[in-house]
Design a binder for this molecule. Sequence first.
Ligand code: ASP
Ligand code: MG
Length: 410
Amino acid sequence: MGSTERIRQVALRVAKWVRAGHRMVVVPSAMSGETNRLLALAQELSPQALTPAYYRELDMLAATGEQVSSALLAIALQALGLQSVSYAGWQVPIRTDSAYTKARIESIDDARLRADLDAGKVVIVTGFQGLDEGGNVTTLGRGGSDTSAVAVAAAMKADECLIYTDVDGVYTTDPRVVPEARRLHTLSFEEMLEMASLGSKVLQIRSVEFAGKYKVRLRVLSSFTPWDIDIDEEANSGTLITFEEDHTMEQAIVSGIAFNRDESKISVLGVPDKPGIAYQILGPVADANVEVDMIIQNISKEGKADFSFTVHRNDHPKTMELLRNQVVPKLGAMDVIGDTKICKVSIVGIGMRSHAGVARKMFQALSEEGINIQMISTSEIKTSVVLDEKYLELAVRALHKAFGLEAEPA
Ligand code: ASP
Ligand code: MG
């Protein structure tokens, strides 16, 4: 919502749903650019205050953005002749833990919301914010209004949670890389989690986890379609993220190709091959709060092994230093080498559970393009490979084609 005119359009859209007989709870996020603007103000005054007291005030500040849009939306709805009431997180209340700037929702009291719905009102619940045990305002992390909406939908046992966003759904891969990428009509929560954590930044990941856990059907759709399109058309637009047992689920084996340019690879070479090595290498890495993604160990000649893993690129320098200074000398390893010019490409699909030969097809497609695979990892619904980053586009295009993702599944 970038302007009062946009807010009016949202109100008209909501009114359309209400007039079609739906009881609506709406969770607005801030007007566009507003959260960044607010956080920049804090930064101007205190560029490096990292105390809990500072984070408390950041939340107090950032939470105002959503409150403005909530009140304005209620006003816009009233102007259309509907009854509407807005609530801040603390008024509902939406209870969270006390982790300022990344709080987690613990409970939502739905009593007030239900009473208002029963009274025929459109209820507006302010997104992104909550209240901790000590009565402090908290926020849920960037993009957190998605999670607010899902949590409210779960508490209200809503039929569906519609998330209007600036994309019109979830695609088989990034259309900037593969122009033939296709919007998915449906996707399972598990697939969406794999797609999201691998870089399809459509929704806050936590909202998808929440929706999966509390069984909320989630639809991602565009906020840019005109408000007055046919309601049935709107109700079937975008991408429905839902449960596997939902029989409308598309039957493709691979649903999408995800990729990630944020990782880097680290190899500890010539490690004595004996028990406890993984622990001695990765223990200190974990202690330094560095998350490790893929791991492989190769047994090489003469009782020595090479041990490789990937970490986020931001953690690369720190991890290299730690290994070089502490781990390599202690283990009597030969060397540690790092490579930040890698990427990770994954095929994702629940159909992989029941179909053999999917990974083989992936490796074949990459091999036909002459792309060398540096690491491989698999899970039930995903196979990922680490490649030289210069092959990213080529690999994603080749895989998209190999799995026929440009065409609707039969
Ligand atoms: N306004 C918050 C943000 O920009 C929350 C949201 O938009 O979902 O991160
Ligand atoms: Mg958002």
